[in-house]
Ligand binder design. Structure first.
Ligand code: HEM
Length: 431
């Protein structure tokens, strides 16, 4: 491997003890611990809160290489020897709900086939055509609290926006979307553990989606209009040549919802928070929006993804054969977690990595992953975040934090990084 392992015992003697990971302090600010790992133990074996032992990869170059390494499989069933990790990885309850055959859990050639299929339905054009709808949803949600002068931006804004947006895009009828909001709320509140309520919500969502697919398939021939909802697009793609089982279709719809939901909540939440904590940068953005420009808004969202992105660790990967990463020998079957949040603050790749620079140009961040599992929803996520941030700053120009940053609680899940609440104040909007 071209990247040598850092020498743990530096010239000044033994290195200090590794920082504690996965504590509440760590959840509030994991970046100092990640800086330590990058420097002293860039590929670090640790025990996760679930009791599973896994490797954490924290340097940018190693992270990028690992994300594209075909020897790291997404499927915990492709190897033997690490049965204890099974059932403790992935989405809580998904095994019971037979949702395993989704993109984030499979390797080529199945991955290639399913990804090609969903790419046909999930086009950048479809996302762009969705812009007016995202703007409408954004304004409707802000209408709900603009006259009050205060809000919790997570519950009233960042949380509902992506769930309604993705439901609309999938083609879930408006009258059923509040059910999704409730199920998703259960998953976001209790995500990270195989608790009964989460498993039940996953099951209900899955059942609903299977039923919806069934109904739409029956309706399709009569009203096969091009360019409508994504589930119809998926069905059409599968009916024209490539095979998609009902189970795969339901799993696909589910993973689009699941992967596109909490991530976007956190991009809007973490992003707004970072702007409120960096007033000079926020002013620059606000002024550029006032001038009607959009270039800074685009680089700003990329920088917010790099600086405090929603996905702290990429989803699970497992070594299919023994391999060496940054000098560490990884055994076949070992889980490997790529820490996107650490890689994106690596000073070996980014100038001033701990500084928020909304105009940053050289920014190949890993916030959407890299390689064959690169986020398929990136165009929609960018659209939602840009619309949400620009509209907040335009409509509530003196938006400010209404809590001591030390009192804010972070969710502390393993994969995602996001705030539980984001209390804000502003001059009430007069209508
Ligand atoms: C994959 C991040 C929004 C659908 C990924 C991965 C990352 C990511 C890091 C790769 C995971 C890995 O390699 O282990 C994000 C972020 C988002 C976001 C930060 C929002 C800010 C969305 C949206 C959708 C979506 C809106 C869909 C509506 C997916 C899917 C995959 C994926 C289906 C799996 C792709 C594959 O395995 O081929 N996302 N995502 N994501 N994302 Fe996103």
């Amino acid at each position: 491997d071209p990247i040598p392992a850092a020498c743990p015992a530096g010239p000044a003697g033994p290195a200090p003890e590794p920082p504690s990971l996965f504590t509440w302090e760590f959840a509030a600010d994991p970046y100092p611990a990640y800086a330590w790992l990058r420097e002293h133990a860039p590929v670090h074996r640790t025990t996760l809160p679930s009791g599973v032992d896994a490797w954490l990869v924290t340097r940018y170059a190693d992270a990028r290489r690992a994300l594209a390494d075909g020897r790291l499989s997404k499927n915990p069933d492709t190897h033997s020897g690490r049965a204890h990790a099974k059932g403790k990885v992935g989405i809580p309850g998904e095994r019971n709900a037979e949702l395993v055959s989704h993109l984030l859990n499979i390797d080529p050639p199945d991955h290639t086939r399913l990804r090609r299929l969903v790419s046909k339905a999930f086009t950048p054009r479809r996302a762009a055509a969705f812009a007016p709808r995202v703007q409408e949803l954004t304004d409707r949600l802000i209408d709900g609290f603009a006259a009050r002068g205060s809000a919790d931006l997570i519950h009233e804004f960042a949380f509902p926006l992506p769930i309604y947006a993705i439901c609309d895009m999938l083609g879930v009828p408006a009258e059923d979307q509040d059910d999704f909001r409730d199920w998703a709320g259960m998953m976001i509140r209790h995500g990270g553990g195989p608790r009964g309520g989460v498993a039940r919500s996953v099951k209900k969502m899955r059942g609903y989606l299977a039923d919806l697919i069934h109904r739409k398939r029956a309706e399709l021939p009569a009203e096969a209009r091009p360019g409508e909802d994504l589930i119809s697009g998926l069905i059409r793609a599968s009916d024209h040549g490539e095979h998609l089982t009902e189970n795969e279709a339901a799993a696909m719809a589910f993973i689009l919802l699941f992967a596109g939901f909490e991530t976007t909540v956190n991009l809007i939440g973490n992003g707004t928070y970072a702007l409120l904590r960096n007033p000079a940068q926020r002013t620059l953005l606000q002024e550029s929006l006032d001038r009607g420009e959009s270039a800074l808004l685009a680089t700003a969202v990329e920088e917010l993804l790099r600086y405090d992105g929603p996905v702290e660790l990429a989803t699970w990967r497992f070594a299919t054969e023994p391999l060496t990463l940054a000098g560490e020998r990884i055994a076949a079957g070992d889980p490997v977690l790529v820490v996107l949040a650490a890689a994106d603050r690596d000073p070996a790749r980014f100038d001033g990595p701990d500084t928020l620079d909304l105009a940053r140009r050289d920014n190949p961040h890993l916030g959407f992953g890299h390689g064959i599992h690169y986020c398929i929803g990136a165009p929609l996520a960018r659209l939602e975040a840009q619309t949400a941030l620009a509209t907040l700053l335009r409509r509530l120009p003196d938006l400010r934090l209404a809590a001591d940053p030390d009192d804010l609680r972070w969710r502390g899940g393993l994969i995602m990084r996001g705030l539980r609440t984001l209390p804000v104040e502003f001059t009430p909007e007069r209508r």
